[in-house]
Design a protein around this ligand. Structure first.
Ligand code: NOJ
Length: 489
């Protein structure tokens, strides 16, 4: 899975040439958020507990975790839509909280107030011609289902499809863009952390989760295809995290570790959907089988996919949702991990960065715009030019309204995307993470990803436009990038 880009490509130091490139008509610009990160109202109006509520309240024992109120979007969603209008976006990607709609996880009890909340949000968006894009699942498993093993339980596939049907029945007439899940690799990692019930099952639950995610996604896709698509004509995909990776050095150890990273973190989700033959990547199948055998197991810890399952999953997406942020430099892992475990199987370490790379406020995120170009070319080569939607891309800073580094990040990554389009990449749109500062999971509110700053000390969580929001707005208006453009003071 290696590509050779002949272009001399030093985006980080300036634009490669001054040809004006334009985003095609119909290209969608948007911004993104997720329910737990913005909604708050964690126990209001009949909402059930999610794994993240439980994690903060019970496992970590925090009295007022930031997600309890978050950006208070449950009460201030109209202000969110106002900001989207200020930006001039075409689409808003938000997620629906499963436990807000089905408090116990199952479809037996529906929470009308929760359903109504999303009706209101969707109607408000449509009123201003902004297309809603729904993520069905962005990490917030209903706690009642997590107690049953979450994504490790094969029945979770049915529970997910039941939930998806509730969403389609209620919203499919208004929502044309759907993603089933956000970042399945993170989903499975979180599921493992949440699996205190199955504590010693790493290296097994990871792969069960992977298989169940693919089945839940594919069955949801097929359900839409069969029952809703003809009537409503929408699209369904999944958002996967794909950062660019390079071996730290040219040594064969580093080169092989980088290959393992690609196959184990995104090949494992993409190949079954997008490759010609379906199924998991050969490297992953061979490696887990070999290790499982050495560990005295009679069968591989990676469950196989049957012929019917391969058929179900293959081709089950209208677009490839890409969450892309940065580049990692890969070496084999330097510490001895637990055996068996996913990381012992995959054996990579992705923490390295180059001194010359501009750093954000998050330890994992550096400014490496050429990575987006390279990722697009790699996916084109491997999956024969799939339609791509950038569902996340963004930059973190500290507090403050002057954020030149975010403006630069947006300009350079979008320029990289234009170059990839010029090389034949089919890109439907670009959705920036994030509309506003929000709860960065375990990092709380210390990492600010917003085009709008949020004052987490004010009860209404006052939002104020950052300078970068004007830069993004200008790109949306003009459909071109003017390097270094700044709003007048
Ligand atoms: C990806 C996740 O989908 C989102 O929830 C998170 O906030 C961003 N990355 C930034 O870390």
């Amino acid at each position: 899975m290696s590509i050779n880009t002949k272009k001399t490509f030093v985006l980080a130091q300036g634009f490669p040439n001054h040809k004006v490139r334009r985003f095609q008509d119909g290209f969608l610009f948007g911004t993104s958020t997720a329910a737990y990160q913005v909604e708050g109202a964690w126990n209001e109006d009949g909402k059930g507990e999610s794994f993240w509520d439980y994690r903060f309240h019970v496992l970590i024992n925090q009295t007022h975790p930031p997600g309890d109120v978050a950006c208070n979007s449950y009460h201030y969603y109209k202000r969110d839509v106002e900001m989207l209008r200020e930006l001039g976006v075409d689409v808003y990607r938000f997620s629906i909280s499963w436990p807000r709609i089905l408090p116990g996880g199952f479809r037996t009890i529906k929470n009308e107030a929760g359903l109504q909340y999303y009706d209101n949000l969707i109607d408000e968006l449509l009123k201003y011609n902004i297309q809603p894009m729904v993520t069905m699942y962005h990490f917030d498993t209903p706690m009642a289902l997590q107690h049953l093993g979450g994504w490790s339980n094969p029945s979770f596939v049915d529970w997910f499809v039941d939930y998806a049907r509730v969403l389609f029945d209620r919203y499919a007439s208004k929502v044309k863009y759907w993603t089933t899940l956000n970042q399945p690799d993170t989903t499975c990692e979180i599921n493992n952390k949440a699996n205190y019930v199955l504590k010693n099952a790493t290296g097994a639950t990871d792969y069960l989760c992977t298989k169940h995610v693919l089945l839940a996604h594919a069955r949801t896709y097929r359900m839409y295809e069969k029952k809703y698509k003809k009537k409503y004509g929408g699209s369904v995909g999944m958002s996967t995290a794909v950062n660019w990776v390079e071996p730290f050095t040219n040594s064969s150890e580093d080169v092989e570790a980088a290959e393992r990273y690609k196959e184990f973190t995104y090949g494992i989700f993409f190949d079954p959907i997008w490759s010609k033959n379906g199924d998991f990547p050969k490297l992953v199948k061979d490696r887990v089988a070999k290790k499982s055998k050495e560990q005295g197991l009679v069968r591989s810890r990676l469950p196989s996919l049957s012929k019917e399952e391969i058929k179900l999953i293959k081709g089950s997406s209208d677009f490839l949702g890409l969450n892309h942020y940065t580049t990692y430099l890969i070496t084999p892992s330097e510490i001895k991990h637990k055996v068996p475990s996913f990381i012992d199987d995959a054996n990579f370490n992705k923490k390295r960065t180059r001194d010359e790379w501009t750093k954000s406020h998050s330890s994992w995120l550096s400014m490496t715009p050429e990575g987006l170009y390279k990722v697009c070319l790699l996916l084109n080569k491997r999956y024969d030019y799939p339609p791509i939607l950038i569902t996340e891309n963004g930059w973190s800073t500290d507090t403050g309204l002057q954020d030149p580094s975010r403006s630069k990040y947006i300009q350079h990554y979008l320029n990289s995307l234009l170059l990839a389009i010029e090389e034949g990449t089919k890109v439907i749109g670009y959705i920036h993470w994030s509309l506003m500062d929000n709860v960065q999971w375990m990092e709380g509110t210390s990492e600010r990803f917003g085009l709008y700053e949020v004052d987490f000390d004010s009860p209404e969580r006052t939002r104020t436009a950052r300078e970068s929001s004007l830069v993004y707005k200008r790109i949306i208006q003009k459909r071109i990038i003017e390097e270094g453009w700044k709003p007048e003071k």
